[in-house]
Write a protein that binds this ligand. Structure first.
Ligand code: ADP
Ligand code: ASP
Ligand code: MG
Length: 401
């Protein structure tokens, strides 16, 4: 008998038929003699709909109240799934995040899990029940509800698996695993049998939303192997683990992130200290900076461009303009019509010319590169948003055809 954690995303529980489909998977696993803890997201587009409701009432609403609202989506799906299991003859109990022992930091709408006290879940498992837990949520030290940020229920599942020392953690979704590119956008994308934590972490961070990046970080930290698979087809998925048996691929995937903005500061005095002053002002506002490019500088001035998350773009520009005189630059501009396209692969470390091949694919398709960033296992380029899908396909074809 094993302890198995199974997570189902929003599309897997979108309507009654899908809820029963999930209940069938869960109860079949239970009937094989396993202990089963299920983590679910809100049904379909529920979380987006809840955000839209908030925007109708108060776009500036405080984050505690936003969490109170957002956490309600998962309450619906856990109760419905527990009822469906009951209907299929298997005892089940639904638990909200706080009931399941999720203690988090206080950062509303982007809380981090501090601890999962698995006592209640264990009690219910001892009663031979399937335990259905609300993903994406917990409680802070003030006993207020918190949520973990979009896509956070993947992290909830991994946290439970780590806390209970589960034998298996399966992430069921609406595609058959992790692919070399988003299979909904790139028709010839290939399903990976296995991928390392490090590569998956890069892909997730660079825009492949199939797994939330924090969930991968946590899986790596606690050595939890994940299987990503479809709730709709009964096929083996992708295993995410420390050391996959290497398939003969130099890169494991192409990712796209359109949720990004570029900020350019022009006419900066060409003297020491500017980068420090600018980026400390931004970090004081909790604005994370990604790719940074600085020109060599001519005639006493230089320029700096960098990227931030799209929803932080205006705040970053306002912060800089508020300090314009002290910083002494001429002009700051914001461009939201950009996308970051990245290739990821452990093979890049040992093979020359991988980035060149990416640049060639872009050149052949007349896509202009605005910025470039590299690390051991990734190369990212910033391009115009309108070119993004075309660029992903061109790069994918170049490496995988
Ligand atoms: P869930 O609701 O199950 O959490 P998500 O929508 O968060 O599902 O993630 C699954 C989606 O991720 C897929 O439908 C797919 O379009 C997208 N995706 C992006 N990149 C990849 C990739 N490299 N491999 C698989 N899916 C990807
Ligand atoms: N329901 C939440 C969201 O839509 C959490 C998740 O799906 O993982 O972001
Ligand atoms: Mg998701």
């Amino acid at each position: 008998m094993a302890l198995i954690v199974q997570k189902f995303g929003g599309s897997s529980v979108a309507d009654a038929e899908r809820v029963f489909n999930v209940a069938k998977i869960v109860t079949d696993t239970y009937k094989k003699g396993n202990d089963v803890v299920v983590v679910v997201s809100a049904q379909g587009d529920t979380t987006d709909d809840l955000i839209a409701k908030q925007m109708e009432i108060n776009p500036e609403a405080n984050k505690r109240e936003r969490d109170m609202l957002l956490a309600s989506g998962e309450q619906i799906s856990i109760s419905l799934l527990a009822m469906a299991c009951e209907k299929l003859g298997v005892p089940a109990i639904s638990l909200l995040g706080w009931q399941a022992g999720f203690q988090t930091t206080s950062a509303h709408t982007s809380a981090r899990i501090k601890n999962v006290d698995g006592q209640r879940i264990r009690q219910e498992l001892d009663q031979h029940k399937v335990v259905v837990v609300a993903g994406f949520q917990g409680i802070n030290r003030h006993e207020d509800l918190t949520t973990l940020g979009r896509g956070g229920s993947d992290t909830s599942a991994v946290a439970i698996a780590a806390s209970l020392h589960a034998d298996l953690c399966q992430i069921f979704t609406d595609v058959e695993g992790v692919f070399t590119a988003d299979p909904r956008k790139v028709k010839n994308a290939i399903k990976l049998k296995e991928i390392s934590y490090d590569e998956m972490l890069e892909l997730a961070t660079l825009g492949a939303q199939v797994l939330n990046n924090r969930s991968v970080e946590m899986a790596k930290k606690y050595g939890i192997e994940l299987e990503v698979l479809s709730s709709l087809t009964n096929k083996p998925g992708t295993i995410v683990k420390e050391k996959p048996k290497m398939e003969k691929m130099i890169i494991s995937g192409v990712a796209k992130d359109c949720d990004i903005a570029r900020i350019s500061i022009k006419g900066i005095p060409n003297e020491p200290g500017f980068a420090f002053k600018v980026f400390s002002k931004l970090s004081a506002k909790d604005i994370n900076v990604d790719i940074i490019l600085q020109s060599v500088g001519t005639e006493g001035t230089k320029d700096i461009a960098f990227t931030v998350a799209a929803d932080k773009g205006q705040e970053a520009v306002d912060t800089l303009n508020d300090n314009k005189d002290a910083l002494g630059f001429e002009e700051v501009t914001l461009d939201k019509d950009v996308a970051k396209i990245s290739i990821v692969g452990a093979g890049m470390e040992s093979h020359a010319g991988v980035a060149t091949k990416m640049f060639e694919a872009l050149y052949n398709n007349n896509v202009n590169i605005q910025m470039i960033a590299t690390s051991e296992i990734k190369t990212s380029v910033l391009i115009a948003k309108k070119d993004a899908d075309r660029a992903v396909s061109a790069i994918h074809d170049k490496f995988f055809d």
